[in-house]
Ligand binder design. Structure first.
Ligand code: SF4
Length: 315
């Protein structure tokens, strides 16, 4: 082998290995995301035979991934449903209006771009320096409901994921004194639409990696000039920090949302404390009120000492 050949082989070999690794990782990621979405759709009966799903597309990584994964499921699911992608062009300065139509045509999906200058309305109505997001999202919501009617959509799909759901849970606790997250499926506030969140089980980091891998033409989300909600950013940072320092905690937190025990909270509307009477019937699953709670499943609570006491968390 000449020196040149040797050098060329040495440079190509790792690149080929890298490409193979990327391919394998990409396949795993695709499988995980499709499994997560399929599971959420099934668990909450999000989409049924004959549904027309309006996928709200903002141009951010999450909504691109939502459309992409739903299209995959559409091609492989045992039920038939149709998809229409909808983007609301709010006429924010600098919005690259050619990007989404170009992409949607290239993948051959049915789509509609709704042009409504909510940007000017918001700028006119909201005093300078005040946050514009609440009026902006109210206007957007109304428009999307109308568009859903016009397009005959039976489901409105939003791109919120697991991390959005957890952030909302903590925001509601910290600032709203409520235990309330984001439902994966709900009836809209006008009572006329079913809104679904098929990415409810997906991790944001997976969606970001998928967007990168698929090279979605991302549209920046700061075009309106509004500051991102600082409280949400703080809660996001808190959760990311926990995720790094306490492996498994975020997973457990998320699981806890589907394992709620109303009799062990304090909401008198959810549990009738007032009329509670002794039944006289022993219940092995019942609350052992005098014993401290133990956590035997390390996947549920990893910080446990040998004597069954909970350990204090590391720094
Ligand atoms: S960030 Fe901008 S576009 Fe988004 S809700 Fe707020 S005002 Fe509207």
């Amino acid at each position: 082998m000449t020196t040149l050949q040797a050098t060329t082989t040495a440079t190509i070999a790792p690149t080929a290995r890298q490409a193979e690794r990327t391919r394998i990782e990409g396949n795993k990621l695709a499988k995980r995301l499709r499994r997560d979405v399929g599971q959420a759709v099934a668990d909450f009966n999000m989409i049924g035979d004959g549904d027309r799903v309006m996928v709200c597309l903002s141009g951010g990584k999450d909504s691109y991934a939502l459309l992409d994964i739903l299209r995959y499921l559409q091609a492989h699911a045992p039920i038939r449903f149709s998809i229409v992608a909808v983007n609301l062009d709010q006429k924010q300065p600098g919005f690259p209006e050619h990007v989404l139509p170009g992409y949607l045509r290239s993948i051959g999906v049915d789509f509609h771009i709704e042009e409504q200058d909510t940007y000017s309305i918001v700028k006119r109505v909201v005093p300078e320096g005040k946050t514009t997001c609440s009026l902006c999202s109210r206007l957007r919501r109304g428009i999307l409901y109308r568009v859903a009617d016009e397009l005959g959509a039976t489901r409105i799909a939003l791109g919120h994921h697991r991390d959005d759901i957890l952030e909302t849970l903590f925001l509601n606790m910290f600032f709203g004194s409520k235990i309330k997250a984001m439902p994966p499926k709900l009836v809209s506030d006008d009572g006329r639409h079913i809104v679904i969140r098929p990415l409810a089980y997906c991790r944001e980091s997976d969606l970001a990696a998928w967007a990168e891998l698929q090279q979605f033409p991302i549209i920046p989300c700061n075009l309106c000039g509004s500051q991102e909600n600082m409280q949400r950013q703080n809660v996001k940072a808190m959760l990311q920090d926990w995720d790094k320092r306490f492996p498994g905690r975020i997973k457990n937190l998320f699981r806890s949302l589907s394992r709620v025990v109303p009799s062990h909270l304090m909401d008198r509307d959810l549990h009738d404390f007032h009329h509670l009477e002794a039944t006289g019937v022993p219940n092995p699953e019942g609350d052992k009120a005098f014993d401290p709670e133990t956590f035997t499943d390390p996947a549920i609570f990893p910080l446990i000492t040998e004597d069954g006491c909970t350990a204090s968390e590391p720094g």
